[in-house]
Design a protein around this ligand. Structure first.
Ligand code: NAP
Length: 277
């Protein structure tokens, strides 16, 4: 990664998070570019990180070996029009984090001979605790795969997909997933308050329980259902609560929720695909 020059297109939430993550991982600032229409924002980033910035995307793209598309999906078509010639000349590796923009749409916009990695990160990437699913087209070399992976690792964990179709399921699970957990946190906290706990106490108990449970599940090979069984004594409090959740069809609700998110992800990808053609 040390020898590559990276251009991040779009200095928004994801672009600046990647930038911060790369700098924190000792990536040389002099080999990092970021672009945005907002010159004030660029000035601040330049001062903060000592990186290179550009108002015009091609100024950064011409200098880079790797381009990260970090603009909103609606802006991708315009950006691709702008940078396609430069990318085609250099056969630059392009990494897209735009939700719902498929590889064929990216190839339509950039050219069929471009190595492209499509990524689906999630919001905790903003605090470098994200998880990103990645899919590479057939032109991406092993070295480029490693490079793309090391870039996305700067904001969290990475998994590779061998079938791009699975990206809609990823969007439904980890892409939208933080919202499911925020909803559960809110619901549990509210329930705790309703049972008489002070607001701040309910908040702390909820958050640390969520964090602790996630860490326990992470740090052992034991399956979640077994962990659940181990904290559920016969005739005890947890069993009483779980019975209510199971009777309320919680599992079916999650399945229906993910199916709805996946279907919407497919619809949006179709829509964005048409915009690029
Ligand atoms: N944020 C997340 O948690 C998350 C999670 C998964 C995937 N993503 C993906 O990441 C991408 C970026 O999302 P975001 O949340 O970072 O959006 P964002 O905060 O709106 O950032 C996009 C940035 O790109 C700038 N921009 C607009 N047009 C541009 C152009 N032609 N050239 C260069 N820069 C341009 C925008 O400037 P203006 O504001 O002036 O338009 C903005 O600063 C999206 O495609 C999204 O699907 C984000």
């Amino acid at each position: 990664m040390q020898t590559s020059t990276i251009a991040i297109i779009g200095a928004g939430n994801m672009g600046t998070s990647l930038l911060g993550g790369l700098i924190a991982n000792q990536f040389p600032a002099s080999q990092l570019w970021i672009t945005d229409p907002d010159s004030e924002k660029l000035h601040v980033l330049e001062q903060q990180f000592n990186i290179q910035t550009a108002l015009h995307n091609n100024d950064a793209v011409n200098a880079a070996d790797v381009i990260i598309l970090a603009v909103k999906p609606q802006m991708i078509a315009n950006v691709m029009k702008e940078i396609a010639i430069s990318v085609q000349t250099k056969k630059t590796l392009v990494i897209s984090v735009a939700a719902g923009i498929r590889i064929d749409a990216l190839q339509n916009g950039l050219g069929n001979s471009i190595p492209i990695v499509r990524c689906m990160p999630n919001t905790p990437a903003l605090i470098r605790a994200g998880v990103t699913a990645m899919y590479a087209n057939s032109l991406v070399t092993d070295k480029q795969r490693d490079l793309a992976e090391s870039i996305l690792r700067a904001v969290g964990m990475v998994v590779w997909l061998e079938d791009e179709k699975l990206m809609d399921a990823v969007t439904a699970l980890s892409g939208s997933g933080p919202a499911y957990f925020f909803l559960m946190i809110e619901a549990l906290q509210h329930a705790g308050e309703t049972l008489g706990l002070p607001r701040e106490t309910a908040r702390l108990l909820t958050l640390q329980t969520a964090l602790g449970a996630a860490r326990m599940a992470f740090e052992t090979d034991v399956e979640a259902n077994e962990l659940c069984r181990r904290v559920t004594s016969k005739g005890g409090t947890t069993e009483a609560a779980l019975r209510v959740l199971e009777n309320g069809q919680l599992r079916d609700l999650f399945l229906d929720a993910l199916k709805a998110a996946k279907a919407r992800s497919e619809e949006l990808a179709e829509l964005f695909g048409k915009e690029v053609k």
